[in-house]
Design a protein around this ligand. Structure first.
Ligand SMILES: Cc1cc2nc3c(=O)[nH]c(=O)nc-3n(C[C@H](O)[C@H](O)[C@H](O)COP(=O)(O)OP(=O)(O)OC[C@H]3O[C@@H](n4cnc5c(N)ncnc54)[C@H](O)[C@@H]3O)c2cc1C
Length: 456
């Protein structure tokens, strides 16, 4: 292909913005189609590119945690969005949390200013004939989703994710709530943590759980109700509460590592709030995705000690999630098996989580550019987190395919077993960086036969 011909990226979310930028940086003219603001997804609130729809955290920053390893790999591969995330970081005790407004503002500004990118605010309802990356995310517009079902020859899959509520800081009663990080990790020199904790005693917890279990939720459309599936990591709190009396106390409300200020006494359960913007005026309820009706939601959440007068700037919501059957449809380079110049990226591939979705955007952008330049694709070693994710979504059992986020369970174990978990994770982190750097060195020297190279 002539480098001046046009490449299409559909979807200006996390994966699509990253993919468009990677292609544009390699000299390709990119048409980036984003349907907002003309057509909304139901979860996005703005018309900005790279908007974070729920939590403002891109996962652990620690180099020996799965998302930390992935973030390091993305830095090595030259990710735009990770770079921006570091620039607009907010304190979150060991996690890469960002000011969501500044983040999407900056992503939009960089993409709009790029001379090789034309941003077109339009819903695409068919897959174009030009070389293309589809990055339309979990809330792909229904018309395009139907087209994808035809293209893939399969009914598309879906399940449900839910958004956590956000409250204003000034409405939190800090006489009851207190600042602390779990186990004091990341506390400042005065011993003050980033998280705001709302503690509950046994009785308060029991009443709260009962209220959740009996709360009325927003009904799903009838045709979707039968098949509604929840992704474990985004399970609504009312669903967790229905699993058992103590399920929340062992889940998002677990009190481990948290004690009352100036005391060693631990609350029975705790609701943690994490800073949501740089100004520190907004906090989200960590792990508190919910689909309870708005009026009832406010009433129940105000039962939480410290949130009696809370002002909710966003209520929890629930949304459909669309993804293709990647094990049957994609190669590890994220290329569509039935059409060489078509790639997929982001949540629609079945990779879960902000960092993973940016990472697949990055890899698809690089690989489409390589394909159009007659170079073999990067197929990253499985001992890298991104390589492991791409391997997982393209090799797992197709009949039971469910989205997967970055985790050490999908990484090959060390040749010599390392019993100590910390040491093992440390080894994974060191190995991933070493192997990725070696792989990229070889890829640069041998642009063409890269597919046949294995480094590990
Ligand atoms: C409700 C919800 C909450 C989530 N919460 C979290 C969380 O807290 N943490 C986490 O790590 N992950 C979360 N996820 C999962 C996932 O990480 C995010 O959805 C992430 O934004 C996915 O990135 P993406 O680039 O694949 O899609 P998106 O960021 O959604 O981008 C897709 C873009 O494509 C556009 N689009 C769709 N169809 C068309 C079309 N036909 N033509 C043109 N444009 C189109 C959309 O408007 C959108 O801007 C959540 C997902 C959902 C649905």
């Amino acid at each position: 292909m002539n480098p001046h011909d046009v490449v299409v990226v559909i979807g200006g979310g996390l994966a699509g913005s990253e993919a468009a930028w990677q292609l544009a940086q390699r000299g390709f003219k990119v048409r980036l189609y984003e349907m907002r603001p003309h057509r909304q997804t139901g979860a996005h609130l703005s018309d900005r590119l790279g908007e974070l729809v729920c939590s403002n955290s891109l996962g652990s920053l620690l180099p020996d945690r799965a998302t930390g390893v992935l973030q390091t790999e993305m830095q090595i591969l030259g990710s735009l969005l990770i770079d921006i995330a570091y620039q607009v970081q907010v304190p979150a005790g060991g996690a890469l949390a960002v000011d969501r407004d500044l983040f999407s503002q900056q992503v939009t500004a960089v993409i709009e200013a790029h001379p090789n990118i034309e941003l077109i605010r339009q819903e695409l309802t068919a897959v174009p004939h030009a070389p293309c990356i589809i990055a339309t995310g979990p809330l792909t517009s229904p018309t395009l989703a139907r087209e994808l079902a035809k293209l893939t020859g399969q009914a598309y899959l879906y399940f449900y994710d839910a958004l956590a509520p956000i409250v204003s800081y000034e409405s939190i009663n800090m006489d009851i709530a207190f600042r602390a990080n779990r186990y004091g990790h990341g506390d400042d020199e005065m011993g003050v943590g980033d998280y705001i904790n709302c503690p509950m005693d046994r009785q308060q917890y029991a009443q709260f759980v009962e209220a959740l279990r009996t709360a009325e939720t927003t009904a799903l459309p009838a045709f979707e109700r039968e098949e509604a599936k929840f992704f474990e990591g985004c399970m609504p709190i009312e669903q967790i509460a229905k699993r058992g009396e103590e399920a929340l106390a062992f889940g998002p409300m677990r009190p481990v590592g948290i004690s009352y200020p100036n005391s060693t006494k631990r609350p029975y359960a705790v609701v943690q709030l994490r800073q949501d913007n740089v100004a520190g005026t907004l906090y989200n309820l960590v792990g508190f995705q919910t689909n309870i009706r708005y009026g009832k939601q406010q009433e129940i959440l105000q039962m939480i000690p410290g949130l009696e007068q809370a002002e909710f700037v966003r209520f929890g919501q629930m949304h459909r999630n669309t993804f293709i059957n990647s094990p049957t449809l994609l190669t590890e380079s994220l290329q569509f098996k039935a059409r060489e110049d078509l790639y997929f990226a982001g949540q629609i591939t079945g990779v879960e989580g902000y960092a993973g979705n940016i990472a697949t955007g990055l890899l698809s952008g690089i690989n489409l550019a390589r394909f159009l330049s007659n170079e073999k694709p990067l197929i990253l070693p499985r001992s890298t987190m991104l390589g492991a994710l791409c391997h997982y979504i393209t090799h797992c059992e197709p009949n039971h395919f469910q989205p997967m986020k970055a985790n050490f369970g999908i990484i090959p174990e060390p040749d010599q077993p390392i019993k100590n978990k910390r040491q093992r994770y440390g080894y994974y982190a060191e190995r991933s960086t070493r192997v990725l750097n070696d792989y990229l060195d070889i890829a640069q020297q041998h642009a063409v036969p890269i597919q046949s190279i294995t480094v590990d």
